[in-house]
Design a protein around this ligand. Structure first.
Ligand code: SIN
Ligand code: NI
Length: 255
């Protein structure tokens, strides 16, 4: 089956079992969050940004480009996409703001998995209860190209300190019992996405294929989220004070 005959998912067609799955397990697979024409347009735009900026930000695990919606009209369309935000809103069950976006490219044969970690401990709004990320596949992402695996239910572990996503022993050193959790691996067709809660532990395989793995991640937080003072590349330049609302044009309310 190709992406064009995959069912599209909208906030209206999102089924209650997918909402329940997200809330119980901390992640969910959503087929067809964008259509085939959009995949092509956004993949070309994402790769253009990757190729022009790669020298500035190449890393071993993946190449990461943050807040591309602020500088690129095409990627802005994807980051602010009403279908993506509408589904996120229904899964989270609360009003959401954009926290930031990022293009995540794994170059061919990068040899490096993204190791298990939770996202929220990296972010300066630790107390916000409903952070949710849409990881959108802009190419087919089978296991061999670096799809994600999740630890179901780990979004309830709000007590864990920050883990190192480049160290395979980090999460399991901090929380040894999670080593015995089942792991669920979710290959994605181009245009599909997974949504995961900011505390749901996840990893992504290395890219063993000859094509780059191109993903765009849109990250939302509770509309009421407040700044907790932690350092972060998005908030460091903003001169925020502890307890300030994360609001305004950098963090538009979307869902
Ligand atoms: C990846 O795409 O390699 C990891 C994404 C994530 O950690 O959220
Ligand atoms: Ni992550």
């Amino acid at each position: 089956m190709t992406q064009t005959d995959t069912m599209q998912t909208t906030p209206r067609t999102l089924t209650p079992d997918r909402i329940d799955h997200f809330r119980e397990q901390g992640f969910v697979h959503i087929p067809g969050i964008i259509n085939a024409e959009e995949v092509e347009r956004f993949r070309v735009a994402a790769l253009r940004i990757y190729e022009t900026q790669e020298g500035l930000s190449a890393r071993d695990v993946f190449s990461q480009h943050v807040n591309v919606w602020r500088g690129d009209e095409t990627m802005r369309e994807l980051t602010l996409h009403p279908n993506v935000a509408g589904v996120a809103r229904k899964l989270a069950g609360v009003s959401l703001r954009l926290w930031h976006d990022q293009i995540l490219v794994k170059r061919p044969h990068n040899n490096t998995p993204t190791e298990f970690h939770q996202d929220q401990p990296y972010w300066p709004h630790d107390g916000s209860p409903n952070p949710i990320s849409a990881w959108i596949a802009l190419c087919d992402v089978p296991v061999e190209r670096g799809c994600m695996s999740f630890l179901p239910g780990s979004h309830r572990r709000t007590d864990l300190e920050r883990q190192d996503l480049s160290d395979a022993r980090s999460l399991f050193g901090i929380c040894p019992d999670l080593q015995w959790s089942p792991r669920v691996t979710v290959p994605l067709k181009a245009g599909d996405c997974t949504f995961h809660h900011g505390r749901c532990a996840h990893m992504a395989n290395a890219n063993e294929t000859d094509e780059p793995r191109v993903a765009h991640v849109v990250i939302y937080m509770d509309a009421a989220a407040r700044y907790d003072g932690k350092g972060h590349v998005v908030t460091d330049p903003l001169g925020l004070k502890l307890g300030d609302a994360l609001a305004g044009e950098m963090f538009p309310e979307l869902g």
